[in-house]
Design a protein around this ligand. Structure first.
Ligand code: PLP
Length: 430
């Protein structure tokens, strides 16, 4: 048995200062029981906790750490930038360099604006969509998560799904009323909302691959249908690629599926583990942003030089030939091993995967939307998670989150993980 004594002690202290002992809810491990680990350091595919335990990491800071931890090129780039000063509140060259690197992979971001989080990116993109269309309502999808801004917390995924919070108190009813929710992979449910609120919908926003209800991929025709419907009804289509950008492909979901939205929100990987978000899209729309237009949005640390440096080094590494193919191979081998282990243990479950994003749903039902995801046996997941932790695997502490595979994971690590997963399935079966 591993010892978690130091983590326990630090958590007790943290609870006196932070609500629930954490600075972001899913970190508290509430859905899987037990207490969170306090991490001392990360190196490549591994995390080390304060009790000296080592884990293969499949959380990857919830997405940004696609290269694994403390990648030498990223660290060097941050150090170099830090020596030149950490923030200026004035334009600096790395902003343009990162902007160009993003646009090279995602040419549909003709113009963009950097912010400091995914939440900010989405909040700002919605303000812009409302200003551009002169409309106020937004359509989102059940189980989709787009950050914690008012109006986007209804029927959301991620931490809200994990904690069973359908709506957050503190959001004015008038704001919530502007958010309409449809079912993912169900075009009819979207069309019905457009019919019910004619001329009132500014934008449809979605994760083109849902990753915050666990991983759910778009069915053939879904993204195409949304593109047609939004065009027909005069609304903008916004892809929230905070997770999928530079993850499912270098060019994100747009490269993968070939459907081009009007606006895109980004975060995570483009900041290489430092706080960054971005939103961008068609020039004609983006030019409405101040100071070129009247839509106000600003940030003291926007385009922060350290964050830009981390993002640049990360995107640079991701340009190396074969890197996404290797990620795909490793993630596919892992998913295959998990499915085989499940069959061997007689468990009926679903492994949903796209590239290096995957979720193991403890349900016998195919998972195509949030309602299906919610049929999962969360008690089975709790045992699975706990057993993995005991066996040195740091899996996301929620049934409704994606596991992230990094380029630092080796073939041998995949084998180690599958062996631990076999033990976890056996524990679930007991
Ligand atoms: N959009 C998506 C798809 C996300 O997964 C997240 C965070 O997980 C966000 C937006 C919010 O990003 P942040 O946590 O950086 O505010």
């Amino acid at each position: 048995m591993k010892s978690f004594d130091k983590s326990r002690q630090l958590f007790a202290e943290a609870r006196q200062i932070f609500p629930g002992g954490v600075n972001s809810p899913v970190r508290a491990f509430k859905a899987v029981g037990g207490e969170p680990l306090f991490i001392e350091r990360g190196e490549e595919a591994y995390l080390y906790d304060v009790d000296g335990n080592r884990y293969l990491d499949f959380v990857g800071s919830w997405g940004p750490m696609i290269l694994g931890h403390a990648h030498p090129a990223v660290v060097a780039s941050i150090v170099e930038a830090a020596k030149e000063g950490t923030s200026f509140g004035a334009p600096s060259r790395r902003e343009t360099e990162l902007g160009k690197a993003i646009r090279a992979a995602m040419p549909h971001l003709e113009m963009m604006r950097f912010v400091s989080s995914g939440t900010e990116a989405v909040m700002s993109a919605l303000r812009l969509a409302r200003a551009y269309t002169g409309r106020e309502k937004i359509i989102k999808f059940e189980g989709g998560y787009h950050g914690h801004s008012d109006g986007l917390l209804s029927k959301s995924g991620s931490g809200l799904a994990t904690l069973g919070i359908p709506e957050s108190p503190g959001v004015p009813a008038a704001f919530a009323a502007e958010t309409l929710t449809a079912a993912y992979n169900d075009l009819d449910s979207v069309e019905a909302l457009f019919d019910r609120y004619p001329g009132q919908v500014a934008a449809v926003i979605l994760e083109p691959v849902a990753a915050n209800m666990g991983v759910v991929t778009p069915e053939p025709g879904f993204l195409e249908g949304l593109r047609e419907l939004t065009r027909e009804r005069g609304a903008l289509l916004i892809f929230d690629e905070v997770i999928t950008g530079f993850r499912v492909k270098r060019g994100g979901a747009v490269e993968k599926f070939g459907i081009v939205p009007d606006l895109t929100t980004m975060g995570k990987i483009i900041g290489g583990g430092l706080p960054v978000g971005a939103y961008g899209g068609r020039k004609e729309i983006m030019q409405l942003i101040a100071p070129s237009g009247p839509v106000y949005q600003a940030g003291t640390l926007s385009g922060n030089p350290l964050a830009m440096a981390a993002g640049l080094a990360t995107l640079n590494e991701l340009e190396k030939p074969g890197i996404y193919a290797a990620l795909e191979d490793n993630a596919a081998a892992l998913a295959y091993g998990i499915s085989a282990a499940a069959r061997k243990s007689g468990l009926s479950l679903q492994v949903n995967r796209i590239g290096s994003l995957m979720t193991v749903f403890f349900t016998s039902q195919e998972v195509t939307d949030y309602a299906c995801a919610k049929t999962s046996d969360t008690e089975a997941f709790r045992i699975f998670h706990r057993t993995l932790l005991e066996n040195g695997i740091y899996w996301p502490p929620s049934q409704f989150e994606a596991a992230f595979v990094s380029t630092a994971l080796s073939h041998a690590d995949v084998e180690t993980t599958i062996t631990a997963i076999e033990k976890a399935f056996a524990a679930v079966k007991e």
